[in-house]
Design a protein. Structure first.
Lengths: 434, 259
């Protein structure tokens, strides 16, 4: 059975939304074409998860109006605790409303751009035209990318010019506190040649239930010799049907590192792909996940090697409790000609209850002889001998389990560059595994 | 004074009987050594004392000052004063050595009365110095990627931080070079006193050159077959185990064989 995908938004709705934001004609056309295509395009096919009956198309409202913030003091406590109040490079989006933005004056003078996505579409149309859904993610890939392009209603744009090194992280916070809201957010991050930046984004729901869609796409471009570190902590409420697609393209000598804490309470389909186009490029993906309740999730992580001597690392650690189920697909793909490429991956799933399900599928697709590759995968319970060791020092069983679980998820927690975010992820893990 | 009393201890692992009636009594201020060839049940005894989940006690008792140790969970045994330096310590990724040790110390304290971070770090630093351990070992993940010798030192470090009433040290000397053996012995000797008793499991007399035991026991076929003073260890070093086997009519000393 296929769900009727009668779209709630008409072409006219899309055109008026686009006009309201004074988008250039080319962008309006992109939206309209994507909307037309969405109807007929199939859903994506995440390996081993049937999503044919998931509802990715219904939502109560395309946009909701929310307040903006004049100063960081006005932020809700939960948001305040994750931003560094000294933070100079910060974008906050309140549901669909760009609510706060600041960028270090020095960086601005050096040509760094940090804006909400609508402003970028208007004011930086050349850069947007070059990078937006052209190379990393394409609108016509499937129904969800097409819907994303047609219905985009938020997000952030970050451009780092040649040779500019941003020392302090740039943070984007997406606050969800209206259960009617839907998030069609797009993060577009471009690091020009020999530049360097760390970007950290937070998705945070402060309402327990959501009625809308979260259809989120990030595109990261690391031009020659550039370096992008991308951290994310997603804590979206139950009720969303979450599709999150984060992709990166690394050119020659470039480096993209991902540290993703995927802590949604919603059903989630996640695609995280890194294209290692240039020689000597590096892609390093770390993902940690906690699933609970009756949550169903699929995390597909891919690194695709085109460049010679490119290095791809995938680490995924998932904790499953209650009757949550998750598929962890890890794909290392080495194309013909990518000599001396190295593709490594490790997927581990820890089951905390007999009803939980977890599946780790490491896949290596290699079309070149002169390469190295390896994978490790495991699915199991907390090791009773490890618990015995910890308990033999007087630590209670409960605390011992806590230590093992936090240790298991530490690879992402430890590399997040903002103290408040690190703490938040630790607390979310604490709350979810309890 | 505290006493650990083991009576008629029988232990099975996966249905196979390993210990066949061990009797042993240790007081604080005493150092006991258990010697014996490989496969005679020494680690099994240590594991049964601590409560390893795979080892099943089928008969006999273990009492600590009259309290039934076998009725306690592993963590309760530890908090009651028992400690085991394991022959093969677990590796725990993502948990730093320092965090782990602080959790272990705080597990013995009331909530709200946790050991202060400064005090903890000072103590850890000084004990690591005694054991000639690199300071960065505190921030490394628990036993992960540690060499054999580093793991042994780390076990002794934990003992020194936790300060148990009774410590069982299972082959703490195996794989240590002479310098490491000296610092580890120094650590153990620092613990000696009227509030500390120790059971050292080893099959080399070498360690006992640095730590003088009050009592020496020999284990074979899952039992203590001979006990004596420090001179027994010397005799074993000089003459091996064959004379004991001859004396007791034992052909194969491992636990698979019936006496
Ligand atoms: N997990 C196990 N399963 C089955 N037999 C075991 C296991 N562990 C130990 N044994 C057996 O128990 C006996 C005693 O082992 P152990 O106590 O480790 O001896 P020791 O420490 O004196 O070398 C040996 O014969 C060994 O094969
Ligand atoms: Mg042994």
């Amino acid at each position: 059975m296929t769900v009727e995908t009668k779209l709630t938004m008409t072409e006219q709705d899309v055109r008026s939304f686009s006009a309201l934001h004074s988008e250039p004609e080319a962008f309006t056309d992109l939206r309209v074409q994507a909307l037309a295509a969405a109807e007929a395009l199939p859903l994506p096919k995440p390996d081993k998860t049937k999503i044919i009956n998931w509802n990715f198309t219904d939502f109560p409202a395309h946009t909701v109006d929310s307040s903006t913030y004049e100063s960081l003091n006005e932020l809700p406590e939960q948001v305040k605790s994750i931003v560094d109040l000294e933070q100079k490079n910060l974008y906050i989006q309140h549901n669909n409303t760009p609510a706060y933005i600041s960028l270090d004056k020095n960086l601005e003078q050096q040509g760094v751009i940090l804006t909400d996505i609508q402003t970028a579409i208007r004011e930086h149309s050349d850069l947007v035209a070059k990078y937006f859904m052209t190379e990393a993610v394409k609108a016509e890939e499937h129904k969800l990318t097409a819907l994303h392009a047609a219905l985009l209603n938020g997000g952030v744009f970050l451009y780092v010019p040649k040779n500019v090194v941003i020392e302090k992280p740039v943070q984007a916070v997406f606050l969800h506190d209206n259960e009617e809201a839907s998030l069609f957010n797009h993060a577009l991050i471009v690091a020009d040649k020999s530049s360097s930046v760390t970007y950290v984004e937070n998705y945070i729901s402060t309402v327990p239930q959501a009625k809308g869609q979260a259809n989120i796409v990030s595109e990261v471009f690391a031009e020659d010799n550039a370096s992008v570190t991308y951290g994310a902590v997603d804590v979206l409420a139950e009720g969303f049907t979450t599709y999150v697609n984060r992709r990166g393209v690394a050119q020659r000598d470039a480096r993209i590192e991902w540290a993703l804490g995927m802590m949604n309470d919603s059903n989630t389909i996640s695609d995280n792909t890194t294209f290692l186009i240039g020689d000597n490029s590096v892609g390093d993906t770390k993902t940690v996940v906690v699933g609970r309740g009756t949550q169903k999730q699929n995390f597909t992580t891919q690194v695709i090697h085109w460049g010679k001597n490119s290095d791809g690392q995938i680490l995924k650690h998932g904790v499953m409790k209650d009757s949550a189920s998750s598929i962890f697909n890890g794909i290392g793909k080495i194309e013909h000609g990518a000599t001396k490429a190295n593709a490594e991956q490790e997927s581990r799933v820890l089951m905390l209850s007999p009803k939980a399900r977890g599946d780790a599928n490491p896949i290596l697709l290699i079309d070149e002889d002169d390469v190295t590759a390896g994978h490790a995968a495991s699915v199991g319970r907390v090791d009773p001998v490890q618990l015995y060791y910890l308990m033999s020092r007087g630590i209670t069983k409960q605390e011992a389990e806590r230590l093992v679980i936090h240790g298991f998820l530490a690879p992402v927690v430890n590399v997040l560059p903002i103290e408040g975010v690190k703490k938040q992820l630790t607390e979310v893990i604490e709350r979810k595994v309890r | 004074m505290s006493t650990l009393v083991i009576k008629d201890l029988h232990v099975e692992i996966e249905g196979k009987q390993i210990l066949k009636g061990v009797n042993l009594s240790i007081n604080t201020s005493e150092i006991h050594a258990i010697m014996g060839p490989n496969g005679t049940g020494k680690s099994t005894l240590a594991s049964a004392i601590m409560g390893h989940p795979k080892y099943e006690v089928t008969q006999g008792t273990i009492e600590l000052d009259g309290e039934d140790v076998l009725a306690m969970e592993v963590d309760e045994r530890a908090r009651a004063g028992l400690f085991l330096a394991m022959q093969y310590p677990s590796e725990i990724s993502g948990v730093t050595n320092a965090d782990f040790m602080r959790s272990a110390m705080n597990a013995r304290r009331e909530e709200g009365n946790e050991v202060s971070l400064m005090k903890f770090i000072r103590e850890l630093d000084s004990k690591m110095e005694t054991l000639a351990m690199d300071q960065d070992m505190a921030q490394r993940y628990l036993n992960e990627g540690f060499s054999g010798g580093e793991k042994k030192r780390n076990e002794i470090l934990q003992m020194m931080m936790i300060k148990p009433t009774f410590a069982v040290l299972d082959e703490i000397d195996s794989g240590l070079d002479i310098d490491a053996l000296k610092v580890v012995s120094e650590g153990i000797n620092q613990m000696k006193g009227e509030n500390f008793g120790c059971l050292i499991i080893t099959h080399y007399q070498r360690l006992l050159n640095y730590i003088t035991p009050d009592h020496v026991h020999v284990m074979m076929q899952g039992r203590v077959v001979k006990s004596g003073g420090p001179e027994l260890a010397h005799k074993l070093e000089a003459e091996g185990y064959d004379w004991i086997k001859a004396e007791l009519g034992i052909e194969d000393e491992t636990v698979g064989q019936e006496a």
